[in-house]
Design a protein around this ligand. Sequence first.
Ligand code: 13P
Length: 284
Amino acid sequence: MYLISSREMLKRAQKGGYAVPAFNIHNLETVQVVVETAAEMRSPVILAGTPGTYGYAGVDYIVAICKEAAHKHKMPLVLHLDHHEEFADIQAKVAAGIRSVMIDGSHYPFEENIDIVSKVVDYCGRHDVSVEAELGRLGGQEDDLIVDSADAALTDPAAAAEFVKRTGIDTLAVAIGSAHGLYKGEPKLDFDRLAAIREVVDIPLVLHGASGIPDAMVRRCIELGVCKVNVATELKIAFADAVKGYFGEHPDANDPRKYIIPGKAAMKEVVEAKIRMCGSEGKA
Ligand code: 13P
């Protein structure tokens, strides 16, 4: 089995009125949890890695682990580049076998964002690789990517229509009030803006920063055209808290095969809940 682009998977989700969850992974164990759970629930799934993750674990290791997981569970998988910014880095990772890319030019002015995204779309089009890009800018922190709330900007629907048309991207990440990391109070999502974007953009939309957003709000986003839902922080917290709890009870523990197990179990519960939230169970 193999690594595929997210193009057809997300088009199917768009037609079916559900979203595919994209879970950030970091190592063997996190890939195992996501893929085992998705296979049990027969859910399509996207495994996402930030530049920090590929740097930490090594691109070839991550690709090999994901290919093995696809083979073991007999399901094609999407391994995705989350928030990548460098063209040469994307080229190298596509050459290593990755078929799904987010080129994040959201920090550039509109025309420069279009230029860099178009260059990546042109390259990826020749390698059967799907491309996601972001217009507007999410606040919060995702690994080394830190955006102050003052620099965050919501997606303008008319600009989004022009952006999609001129770049030829497969999916658009929208900024409608979500943020990377957890929220201080209840997040405020601009559903009217999302509906206005949907009116003028017909490709699948992507919701970043889904950790901490109540299920009902995410479901509303899915009704309004979101087909990919990104979750990272909640998985990390569940995993880390369970491992901390284990050490609390077993202060002398030192066997990773033991102290990692509760982390995986806690992360699995979050993955299950997010698959249900996305409505993707049984859609693989
Ligand atoms: P959270 O960490 O807020 O879930 O965001 C994940 C994300 O959007 C990855 O791109």
